[in-house]
Design a protein around this ligand. Structure first.
Ligand SMILES: *Cc1c(COP(=O)(O)O)cnc(C)c1O
Ligand code: SF4
Length: 336
């Protein structure tokens, strides 16, 4: 590695330190710089190139935060953030700029205001534990959280957002499953981006969850140089469902997170890939291709009727309330 490459590389690592759990590291083909797993975890000097149109809070989670550690955008469901820690540091993470700040970690007992808010708002039916990754909490902490949620009579569903089944599948133990299951149905939405991640460990972790009655779904991110290929994503979606029993739920367009231009495809690329996949694969296996509107206005289906108009990279989208939002794509015209 040349000195030129080493210096900015260590700077991007300092800005957002590398973290790769052993089970995930084992899946990497280290001598292949294009390895789709390596690309998701290896710092890249291009992360330090920031476009003024990129954002610190790309999807507006902070704009809809009535109390600390909780986001309430849709009436029936809230995001709850019990931890800032993750099992892996994904380079493409849309929360990479707000995560992993040790001073900020609420811990399970630091959620009193959030729980008071949920109790007060009887329209909330679903609590989504996200983060960070809630599966970095101990079984004891998770059991405590579940008990607090189950104590609120209007809550009907618990959902986890977690990359742990992919990157650290041994964490999915019998005692973990006992800690999170009880009175309420449980859904776990995990995050596979490439068929190579469907190794025997991660597949059997998903099967264990499913066999315990937990609904397992997937949300991936469309990433240039990782999975921006119809054959790769077709194989991912098919094998998630056929082999691991996981329902493909969302494919996210890469958000306007600071320093991620090298990962972003155009929306046209995503639409072309989805169109090809839809002609070949059962609709049961095909996720929705979505974009989180900047500013906190929610997700829109990029293949649906929320697209009002477009002119090159400039789009107009319609949110849940029919309000219009202008969106300009920030993509690398001249990929390296
Ligand atoms: C994505 C998101 C949800 C979950 O939405 P679903 O479409 O039910 O997966 C909930 N709240 C916020 C703020 C979100 O961004
Ligand atoms: S696991 Fe999720 S929250 Fe954590 S770094 Fe990866 S994408 Fe971000």
């Amino acid at each position: 590695m040349s000195a030129e490459r080493t210096a900015p590389l260590s700077a991007s690592d300092r800005a957002y330190p590398t973290l790769i759990p052993p089970a995930y590291a084992q899946q990497i083909v280290w001598n292949d710089p294009n390895d789709p797993i390596l690309r998701q975890v290896l710092p890249d000097p291009r992360e330090l190139v920031v476009d003024p149109r990129e954002r610190l809070d790309p999807i507006g989670d902070i704009a809809f935060r009535p109390v600390p550690n909780l986001t309430h955008r849709h009436p029936d469901r809230v995001l709850l953030f019990p931890t800032d820690r993750c099992a892996v540091h994904c380079r493409h993470c849309f929360r990479r700029n707000e995560l992993h700040d040790a001073d900020d970690a609420p811990g399970v007992t630091g959620l009193d205001q959030a729980f008071a808010y949920i109790k007060e708002h009887t329209e909330i039916r679903e609590v989504i534990l996200t983060g960070g990754d809630p599966l970095t909490l101990s079984d004891q902490e998770l059991q405590l959280l579940r008990a607090r949620i189950e104590n609120i009579p209007h809550i009907r569903l618990i959902r986890f957002h977690s990359r742990v089944p992919v990157v650290s599948p041994a964490r999915i133990t019998r005692t973990f499953i006992e800690a999170v299951t009880g009175r309420l149905p449980v859904t776990l939405v995990t995050h596979f981006n490439h068929p190579r991640e469907l190794a025997s460990g991660s597949v059997s972790a998903c099967m264990r969850l499913k066999d315990s009655g937990i609904t397992v779904m997937n949300q991936g991110v469309l990433l240039r140089g990782v999975n921006d290929d119809a054959l790769v994503l077709e194989q991912l979606f098919a094998e998630l469902f056929y082999h691991a029993g996981v329902v493909p739920y969302y494919l996210h367009h890469c958000d306007l997170t600071l320093g991620l231009r090298h990962f972003r495809t155009s929306i046209d690329t995503g639409l072309r890939i989805m169109k090809a996949i839809r002609t070949r694969l059962s609709s049961i296996c095909v996720p929705l291709y979505v974009l989180d509107l900047p500013g906190g206005y929610g997700k829109i289906n990029l293949e649906g009727d929320r697209v009002v108009s477009r002119n090159g990279y400039n789009w107009v989208f319609k949110d849940d309330f029919g309000n219009l939002h202008h969106y300009t794509e920030v993509v690398d015209e001249n990929p390296a």
